[in-house]
Ligand binder design. Structure first.
Ligand code: PLP
Length: 404
């Protein structure tokens, strides 16, 4: 089946606009993706016709809202091949999902001398919460180093695992470099020493199908807004036995069974981890994003993205003063240009309607490890990008060069 990208793009109203007098070329998808009309309609429909709080009231609207909200949870479970919806906890996003595990599991289960294994490629969201846990518990953070190609060094990683390792927390795809990490191998190493595993899938779920049971990770986290859903909604998947053992993190309404001034008993999974009124519209919107993706042949979308990636890499490689960082394999390409500050280039590209991101990409330790004090320029793809977008970026760089 051939892919008609130009027709697909019509589903994303935000792509059809001009910026600074030029047609928008949106290459900042690792930061957030644009939303298809189906997601916008689902948000609108909820607020226009179903708006009510979930789980509590006996009236019709609340019943509809609850049904749509819980149906979205089931869609997420199917989307990542979780055994059922009880394994799916709504969060505000990847960051909050990691904080939930850090505070509920980390703060309560780790002790002095226990080790948390991270990688040099992690986003701050998968570093800072663990530093907080380490500071409070005396646990130690160890970091998997990089090879000369800016990929995770599996040999060095194997040597870092020991019986003291309690948790491996690792991204599936690097947001800064577009590198796919060998998470299957790392999860296998973690299992050999009895460590738990958390996979940050923020940059994975929008690009290829994910099967949490095949990965056999203990926790998997991601954000709705990076996979064509709304902001403010994300997911923590966890294995049931672990989630059952973990204490609640935030407490209050919705997450309880029985409350008295003497004692509170907590609700069952997943509600035990969902204190307060949730982001109902966000969850329904994420369900609509999953419906949208499920209606497409994702292997064809991935092939298309790969061809764009190769086009971009070939174009950048042909520019003698451009240096690609690492070996990008999914979504994002980071590069620097001799004697050009990334921010200056981004500003000149923006004047041509081309949206890219510059800086440290919330991965300061990675930038330090690579000696990139000014950060990089990052172009990041989604399936709705076109060969023309890539050509526009390459031409835009050439044009910007005239100013330097
Ligand atoms: N992890 C990775 C790999 C990311 O790319 C991001 C966002 O860029 C995050 C975590 C944090 O996601 P959010 O800001 O949606 O919580």
């Amino acid at each position: 089946m051939a892919l008609d990208i130009h027709t697909l793009r019509l589903d994303f109203p935000a792509l059809a606009q001009s910026v600074n007098g030029h047609p928008l070329v949106y290459l900042d998808n690792a930061a957030t993706t644009q939303k298809p009309q189906g997601v916008l309609d689902a948000l609108n429909h909820y607020y226009q016709s179903q708006n009510a709080n979930v789980h509590r009231a006996a009236h019709a609207l609340s019943g509809q809202a609850t049904h749509a909200f819980e149906a979205a949870r089931s869609k997420v479970a199917r989307f990542i091949h979780a055994p059922d919806a009880k394994h799916i906890i709504w969060t505000r996003g990847t960051t909050e999902a990691i904080n939930l595990v850090a505070y509920s599991f980390g703060m309560h289960s780790l002790k002095a001398g226990d080790e948390i294994l991270l990688s040099t490629l992690e986003h701050h969201a998968n570093i800072v919460p663990w530093q907080q846990v380490a500071a409070a518990t005396g646990a130690i953070i160890k970091v998997i180093p990089l090879t000369e190609h800016a990929e995770l060094d599996l040999t060095a990683a194997a040597a870092l695992f020991s019986t003291r390792t309690r948790l491996l927390a690792i991204s599936q795809v690097s947001n800064a470099l577009g590198v796919i990490n060998p998470i299957k191998e790392l999860i296998a190493l973690a299992k050999q020493v009895g460590a738990l595993t958390l996979v940050d899938g923020a940059q994975a779920v929008g690009h290829f199908p994910v099967d949490v049971q095949a990965l056999d990770c203990d926790f998997y986290v991601f954000s709705g807004h990076k996979m064509f859903g709304p902001t403010g909604i994300g997911v923590l998947y966890g294995k049931r036995a672990l989630l059952e053992q973990m204490p609640p993190w935030q407490t209050g309404g919705e997450m309880i069974r029985q409350v008295s001034f003497e004692h509170t008993s907590f609700g069952e999974l997943p509600f035990k981890f969902e204190a307060g009124t949730p982001n109902i519209a966000g969850a329904i919107g994420l369900g609509a994003a999953i419906d949208y993706l499920s209606g497409l042949d994702r292997s064809i979308l991935a092939e298309h993205e790969q061809s764009l990636l190769q086009q971009l890499l070939a174009g950048l490689t042909a520019m003698p003063d451009v240096h690609i960082i690492g070996r990008p394999a999914a979504g994002a390409v980071s590069f620097i240009i001799d004697d050009v500050h990334p921010q200056d280039l981004a500003t000149l590209l923006d004047m041509q309607g081309i949206a890219v991101r510059t800086g440290h990409h919330c991965a300061m330790p990675l930038m330090q490890a690579l000696g990139l004090s000014q950060g990089t320029i990052r172009a990041s793809l989604a399936f709705y990008n076109t060969a023309d977008d890539i050509a526009a970026l390459l031409a835009g760089i050439d044009k910007a060069r005239e100013f330097f």
